[in-house]
Design a protein around this ligand. Structure first.
Ligand SMILES: C=C(O[C@H]1C=CC=C(C(=O)O)[C@@H]1O)C(=O)O
Length: 412
């Protein structure tokens, strides 16, 4: 159960008590804007890699008890070990079951996790350097777009309960897709996060994808915030960055769908970041095409990899210097009818006991500025940090020392 002072422990949280109890039994939890889904009694899908697991999903579901779901994560590199499982004990609740937040977690004094130490990898300077290198490679014609990320390792004073983390992520990000997925290795590791990005949803023949790319940090000053939103809408650089993603998704969907439509992008606000978002729709040519087939066709999109994909993935491996694991992966579920919903695994962290590894990246195109890109990743890191009440210095790379962390009472 959560720590006594945690919001879930007060019984007034966002998540129903069944979800808290299920998380204590290693269930995977996915919260979409419409529903809350819990997959318990999980058996790993056969196959080592995420790609193999996706390919075998439908067959395993067909042999599983009625009502089972495939649930979990495909890593950024689909050839890396997958984290998909068949859950035979499934709870699905409409989103109306989520209650109002008892404590807005981002409010100072609402209770934060205490930080002993935080280590950015790469360092802010190294990230700026990597962005500058990428801009040079783009100018040389090696590729058109690459998404470069950085991670921050945080050592917490106490290990938080996963339920508390989910609770806080859901309360602080009411329209996000909140996720908590147990990872197969190392044991006891979870992928947790609050992503705003829908990779793909398949309901019957209807297919929807809502890619995000092009960002501006939010500001607490309404005038500055509005200026930044306007700047994003008018930015040629951000529009190019966005269009690469839309074009790739449309191209990948066309062989599988009729009536593929991609209207002009719109502004989307998360608590930490403004984004450009396009709602792409289509209709399956063949009703036998499953959501997992769609993920296999789309992932990784240029919202997390780049254009062309192979050159971008190679440059990421060269410049980033850490293993993305399931960050920037595809996180979601599929049912026995082939319907499913998958998010892009951004605004995420790996949680293992008192260790938290946060990730954030940004798309680099011609004209990208290293300083602005660093600031963008810091804003994105705040999605998880603010929800957990962790100090701002951790996101900007100033680090933290024992005793200085947290904004108030610890929940862990
Ligand atoms: C790669 C991330 O964000 C992606 C999603 C939305 C906007 C993005 C951007 O503007 O660069 C990124 O493509 C991340 O948050 O780690």
């Amino acid at each position: 159960m959560s720590s006594p002072g945690g919001p879930a422990g007060r019984g007034g949280g966002v998540l129903p008590p069944q979800v808290t109890a299920a998380l204590e039994r290693d269930a995977a939890v996915l919260v979409s804007p419409e529903e809350l889904l819990v997959g318990a009694r999980r058996t790993p899908v056969a196959g080592r890699s995420g790609r193999e697991q996706l390919a075998g999903l439908a067959q395993e579901l067909a042999a599983a008890p009625a009502g089972s779901l495939a649930i979990g994560a495909v890593p950024f590199d689909p050839a890396a070990p997958g984290a998909l499982a068949i859950a035979t004990d499934v709870l699905r609740l409409p989103r109306s079951h989520r209650r109002g937040a008892a404590v807005p977690p981002s409010v100072p004094g609402g209770g934060g996790l205490q930080v002993l130490r935080s280590t950015p990898r790469p360092s802010p300077e190294e990230h700026r350097q990597a962005v500058a290198d990428a801009v040079r490679r783009i100018a040389a014609g090696d590729l058109a777009k690459v998404v470069l990320a950085r991670s921050v390792d945080v050592r917490l004073r106490n290990a938080p309960a996963v339920a508390d983390v989910v609770e806080r992520l859901a309360a602080a990000n009411p329209t996000a897709r909140v996720l908590a997925v147990p990872l197969p290795a190392p044991a006891g590791t979870w992928l947790v996060g609050a992503t705003p990005e829908l990779l793909v949803r398949r309901r019957g023949r209807e297919v929807v994808s809502v890619p995000l790319a092009g960002s501006q940090p939010r500001s607490s000053d309404p005038a500055v915030d509005a200026t930044r939103a306007a700047r994003l809408v008018g930015s040629d650089k951000d529009r190019r960055e966005h269009d690469f993603v839309v074009e790739a998704i449309v191209e990948a969907l066309r062989p599988l769908c009729t009536e593929v439509r991609a209207p002009a992008p719109e502004l989307l606000a998360t608590p930490a970041v403004w984004h450009l978002a396009t709602t792409i729709t289509g209709r399956l040519r063949d009703p036998a095409t499953t959501s997992a087939d769609l993920v296999a066709a789309l992932h990784p999109t240029p919202a997390v990899a780049g254009t062309p994909r192979d050159a971008a993935v190679a440059l990421i491996a060269e410049l980033e210097g850490f293993d993305r694991g399931c960050y920037a992966g595809a996180i979601g579920w599929q049912d026995g009818a082939g319907d499913g919903e998958w998010s892009v695994g951004v605004r995420c962290a790996e949680l293992a006991g008192n260790r938290l590894r946060l990730f954030a990246g940004g798309g680099i195109v011609a004209g990208s500025d290293p300083e602005a890109e660093l600031a963008e990743t810091s804003a994105k890191l705040r999605t998880v940090l603010d929800a957990l009440g962790i100090e701002a210095g951790v996101a900007s790379g100033r680090g933290s020392v024992a005793g200085s962390g947290g904004t108030g009472r610890a929940v862990g």
